[in-house]
Design a protein around this ligand. Structure first.
Ligand code: ZN
Length: 274
């Protein structure tokens, strides 16, 4: 659909520029404005389905498992996800916290970090959590060419397979900017894009209270929650506020009737390939 819309806009522009064909000007401007708005939304929102399916909540699954009925009649499963690890001491502390609360989560790891700490990736899987691909070096995939994107994702797949014994189907875009090329690469590799519904902006310098209030204030039933257990090398590296916030977020959501699932459990898509 996106490609068809892009072709129509380009065709009208070419007719107009090269052959002087003048459609009703307002129609032309309206089409270009709509196309620009849709493209910008697709690039900047990890909920947008413009470039292809992005899993950002349970309901977007093709065959969702029936969600539990909880609380005041709301359905309440959510998935905790952690980006940019594995990195000590934070990933270990996140795992300890999840274990203490009996919660399983999904970790979108950077291939370089897995290479440096394969034992952490193994521990994540051994304790019943999922691993997803978050690129090899956390580059601005958004700006990369088709071939470089697939090489980068494949390198991370190999690191994960070496450490944990399987190739994940889930990919999360570094920096959270999407484009049609990445979606095409993922399609060719049998992978899918995972976005998020709620986030705490904890990749930046934040206080524990901010992480707690941002998540509790924005999470909705079926939501995928984005948090960070590692660093991308740019935005600072202390994940203590996130870890301390988890100790409040998990009991608070449980008290509201939410249950915690991995991303595959939430969206109904198998993460392990092959
Ligand atoms: Zn990241």
């Amino acid at each position: 659909m996106y490609y068809r819309a892009s072709s129509i806009v380009l065709l009208i522009l070419c007719l107009n520029i090269f052959w002087g064909v003048k459609p009703v000007n307002y129609t032309l401007y309206a089409l270009i404005a709509a196309w620009t708005a849709v493209s910008l939304r697709g690039m900047t929102s990890m909920r947008s389905q413009v470039f292809g399916r992005v899993y950002w909540r349970g309901e977007s699954a093709p065959t969702p498992a029936p969600p539990p009925r909880v609380g005041r009649g709301v359905t309440g499963a959510v998935a905790l996800t952690f980006d940019d690890g594995p990195s000590e001491p934070f990933t270990g502390r996140v795992l300890d916290t999840l274990k203490a609360h009996g919660v399983k989560a999904t970790f979108f790891v950077i291939g370089e970090n897995v290479r440096k700490a394969p034992e952490l990736a193994k521990r994540i899987v051994a304790e019943g959590h999922e691993l997803g691909n978050h690129s090899q070096t956390h580059p601005w995939v958004f700006k990369m060419l088709f071939r470089t994107i697939s090489e980068d994702i494949e390198q991370c797949q190999r690191e994960i397979e070496k450490a944990a014994g399987y190739r994940p189907r889930f990919f999360r875009q570094p920096v959270g900017l999407n484009n049609p090329s990445v979606m095409k690469v993922l399609d060719g590799m049998g992978m899918v894009m995972v976005g998020w519904q709620a986030r705490a902006y904890d990749g930046f310098r934040v206080k524990k209270e901010e992480v707690v209030s941002r998540i509790l204030g924005s999470v909705r039933p079926g939501g995928i929650i984005l948090l960070h257990d590692g660093c991308d090398g740019v935005m600072g590296c202390d994940r203590t506020p996130t870890i301390e916030a988890l100790d409040e977020i998990i009991p608070a959501l449980k008290a509201k009737g939410y249950e915690f699932r991995t991303v595959s459990g939430l969206v109904g898509v198998e993460n392990r390939q092959g």
